[in-house]
Design a protein around this ligand. Structure first.
Ligand SMILES: [Zn+2]
Length: 462
């Protein structure tokens, strides 16, 4: 691979704290080789004119479900769901049982395409396909890797489809972690996926924790997304969700906890004292009307995810910021105990937290920064800034000016994966056409699948 020089851009070298310089960026192999003013082009170097643009670290979507890519607009003929658990039983736990190898593949290609075109270079995915478990993570790694996406993958272990499926899910995580450990997939890492406390028996949770500890990895698990998770933990285990996970050893060493909407103050303290990262998914939480995580109580290890609603982190960070700002200025915010509205740098710090986590998983501590020696995951934006771009003003540009529409080129591990708004490794019109075909087949199968029979013995509310 010859060197590539990104010439003449304004470079955001890091997001927390924000640093902005005017410089050329030299990418050599899979790394940033240097940044500096007017770097001379050596023989064979490719020069990309970035004058008038911004170069930023690639965005990280820290919790998503690529398998939901073909769900957009799918028919729904059951009675409207009244609770979060009914949304799962009538929508997502029907869709995941309809998935087969072809639809997982098509979903992965769409998810990867949409991520890269939005400037998202890493996806941390949580996958479920109860009727196509064995090898599912390989399909994701293969398709996303082919497009050039960096990935952290996990299979969603759950007892909701019976003990055989739970065992198969654990085996899929074990198998995939083995492949990663053998060095077979340089752009992928694994975590031990687990659905959520309320669909995990003690034995299954213990098996997940054992696998995580034996493989030197951690859990990726949904936590208190809805109050039902807390009610079930209290009714069946006599403790709240995070306490249950802590007692099972699941908060060691550095798990990824999605949502945390219904964590209370004691759990927030338990979380802060652990090595866990929480992924806040504001648009998904709004879509499911489950509430908002008490982010003001959770400390700095809070990243952002889309939970399957595309992978546009400009949109996710903007929505999360504005929603938090509005709620915390009202009685709703004070009821959650959040002390202050988030400052304008909040979305950028959350994205940096996601990149830091990925850096830990890849043992690349400088991932998410544009500096010599860092993995070259970066995005070139067309952005004719109407006001000066500095470290002080970048947060305002991010919230009020930038969007995925500005993404022009994307580089992952030194490879140009989007050039002039087009994927370099695949034809994006073909991916979309194949996906539409796969979607109609998936939807036909889905029509034959009944509401999931899972029953939650909930303590009546009120
Ligand atoms: Zn999720």
């Amino acid at each position: 691979m010859t060197a590539t020089i990104l010439r003449g851009a304004t470079v955001v070298t890091r997001l927390d704290p924000v640093e902005v310089v005017a410089a050329d960026v030299v990418v050599d192999g899979d790394r940033v080789a240097m940044t500096g003013p007017s770097v001379p082009a050596g023989p064979g170097a490719t020069v990309i004119d970035c004058r008038g643009g911004l170069v930023i670290p690639g965005n990280v979507d820290a919790h998503t479900h690529a398998y939901s890519a073909l769900a957009r607009g799918m028919p729904y003929e059951l009675a409207p769901p009244r609770t979060f658990v009914e949304i799962l039983r009538r929508v997502w736990w029907r869709l995941d049982r309809a998935l087969d190898e072809a639809s997982i593949r098509a979903s992965a290609r769409v998810a990867g395409m949409e991520a890269l075109l939005a400037g998202t270079t890493t996806l941390i995915d949580h996958h479920a396909s109860p009727h196509a478990i064995d090898g599912a993570l390989d399909i994701l790694a293969e398709e996303l890797g082919r497009l050039g996406v960096r990935t952290v993958l996990a299979y969603e272990v759950s007892d909701r489809d019976g003990p055989e499926h739970a065992r198969a899910g654990i085996e899929e995580n074990r198998r995939f972690l083995g492949r990663v450990a053998a060095g077979a997939l340089p752009l992928s890492r694994g975590l031990v996926g687990a659905h959520a406390s309320f669909t995990l028996s003690d034995a299954t949770l213990e098996a997940c924790v054992d696998l995580a500890h034996a493989s030197g990895r951690s859990l990726h698990v949904h936590v208190a997304e809805d109050a039902a998770d807390q009610r079930a933990a209290e009714a069946e285990h006599g403790v709240r969700v995070l306490e249950r996970l802590a007692r099972a050893g699941a908060l060691e060493p550095t798990p990824l906890l999605a949502h945390g909407v219904h964590l209370d103050r004691a759990e927030a303290a338990l979380f802060r004292a652990s090595g866990a990262t929480l992924v806040h998914n504001p648009r998904s939480n709004m879509n499911n009307a489950v509430g908002r995580a008490p982010i003001g109580l959770l400390g700095p290890r809070v990243a952002l995810g889309t939970d399957g609603i595309g992978a546009d982190m400009f949109e996710e960070s903007r929505t999360g910021y504005l929603r938090n700002l509005e709620e915390r200025a009202t009685a709703v915010g004070s009821a959650t105990g959040d002390p202050l509205p988030p400052g304008p740098a909040w979305p950028l710090a959350r994205l940096a937290a996601g990149a830091r986590l990925v850096g830990e998983l890849f043992e690349e501590p400088s991932l998410g920064r544009i500096e010599p020696g860092a993995p070259a995951d970066l995005v070139v934006l067309d952005y004719p800034a109407p006001t000066p771009v500095t470290a002080a003003t970048l947060p305002a540009h991010w919230t009020f000016g930038l969007s995925a529409r500005a993404v022009r080129h994307v580089i992952v591990a030194g490879r140009i994966v989007v050039r002039d708004r087009r994927l370099t490794a695949a034809d994006q019109d073909e991916i979309a056409a194949e996906a539409r075909l796969a979607a109609t087949r998936l939807w036909d199968r889905l029509a034959e699948i009944a509401e999931h029979p899972y029953a939650l013995d909930e303590v009546p509310v009120g």
